[in-house]
Design a protein around this ligand. Structure first.
Ligand SMILES: *Cc1c(COP(=O)(O)O)cnc(C)c1O
Length: 389
């Protein structure tokens, strides 16, 4: 083994600075730590950043996706078309609502579902299409919007990877309905948190009510001077609100997003350059339409035939060399529950090809150029070891 790193390089780490810390401390000292003025401000600043008409903050993107599907009335007997190569939350939510996930296969290069692949799956039962803007590249919004319009189905964008992504010149979230995540690995973080943005005011208002026990608007103010002590349940709801501690992080992180994304781009370019001549590593391809990439993840595929080693064993060898990695994602239809409920391997050849070969390399704004070099050296070293008889 050559050039072993002494310290473990994690696959991701949030960028937390003194402003983030001071903001949270200020909230802690203020006497108001749950949903409050900072949450309202973060919603407004996030809405303004994306250019969306409306925004509603939530405890997570998963909570947001749940309430979008619920508010659209999706349930028993309905079908929702989604990739299987996604975070499993979307598939779980569709299932929990009593609807059926219908998996579209992906384009191997971009790892995304395509309008051409989705169209034949649309039936009378289809209520929505949920594409993922994968790894930070935008899905084909022109194509999906046309499909949704022509077939009278909803388009819900999973924008968890797409903070700062543009389709053409259009910032993701500025039109339509999109769900963002602020989980610690995402491009900005609130520890946990999510935001639904959209131009359908009625939909966003429904989500606002559903996220807090089904109480009327601004129910969080009931303990403040302005609020009334009386609350009225208009529909059974959930407890999915974001707190001011989380929103405080959002307020100090959001202004740094563009800087984070610029650094992510530099790191991605360095990986691209250094991996170009490693023949066992296949790089995904960017969509052919004009776009701005948010570089949420740096994903590559291991050519398992050429490497003579499986992806999971290969990742163990990288870990032995102090390089952390992630798998984004294992195809949802290969998970136990879905195998036991009518899905399973063989259904989606492109998705399965990718799911068995992909991995995410260490990738976060505070990484050094030399960290990229170390990760690539570890890859070459692990490949050399696999080659030795
Ligand atoms: C992270 C992620 C989610 C879920 O976000 P949470 O805020 O953790 O609920 C959903 N979809 C995709 C594609 C994600 O990467």
């Amino acid at each position: 083994m050559s050039a072993q790193r002494r310290e473990f390089l994690p696959f991701s780490r949030p960028s937390i600075n003194e402003d983030d810390i001071a903001g949270v401390v200020e909230s802690l000292r203020s006497g108001w730590i749950t949903t409050g003025p900072k949450t309202a401000r973060f919603e407004e600043e996030f809405r303004a950043y994306t250019g969306a008409a409306h925004a509603c903050s939530l405890a997570s993107a998963t909570a947001g996706m749940h309430l979008v599907l619920l508010a659209l009335g999706i349930g028993e007997g309905d079908e929702v078309i989604t990739p299987s190569l996604t975070w499993v939350s979307t598939v779980n939510l569709i299932t929990l609502l009593g609807a059926r996930p219908v998996f579209a296969d992906i384009d191997r290069g971009t790892m995304m579902i395509t309008p051409a692949g989705v169209e034949p799956l649309i039936t009378e039962k289809t209520r929505a299409i949920v594409p993922v803007h994968y790894a930070g590249a935008p899905a084909d919004l022109d194509g999906f919007r046309a499909l949704a319009r022509n077939h009278g189905v909803h388009l819900i964008e999973d924008a968890a990877h797409a903070l700062g992504t543009r389709f053409g010149n259009e910032l993701i979230g500025s039109r339509g309905t999109a769900v963002f995540s602020f989980h610690p690995i995402k491009n900005i973080t609130t520890a946990e948190g999510g935001m639904v943005v959209g131009d359908d005011e009625e939909l966003i208002e429904k989500i606002r009510v559903l996220k807090f026990h089904g109480l009327g608007k601004d129910a969080w103010q009931r303990y403040s001077r302005r609020g009334s002590n009386q609350v009225e349940v208009v529909v059974p709801g959930f407890k999915y609100n974001m707190t001011d501690l989380q929103a405080s992080l959002g307020l100090t992180q959001l202004p740094r997003l563009e800087g984070f994304n610029r650094r992510r781009e530099e790191l991605a370019n360095r990986y691209d350059r250094l991996l170009a001549d490693v023949e066992e590593i296949i790089l995904p391809s960017a969509p052919r339409y004009p776009h701005v990439h948010s570089h949420h993840l740096y994903i590559v595929f291991l050519d398992t035939d050429k490497a003579g080693i499986g992806r999971d064993d290969f990742l163990t060898r990288l870990k032995e060399r102090n390089i952390g990695t992630g798998i984004h994602f294992r195809a949802a239809h290969t998970q136990q529950y879905y195998r036991e409920h009518g899905f399973g391997p063989g259904l989606l050849p492109e998705t399965e090809w990718v799911s068995e070969r992909l991995f995410s390399l260490p990738f976060f704004p505070e990484m050094l150029d030399s960290d990229v070099d170390d990760a690539v050296e570890a890859i070459k070293d692990a490949l050399a070891e696999a080659r030795r008889p």
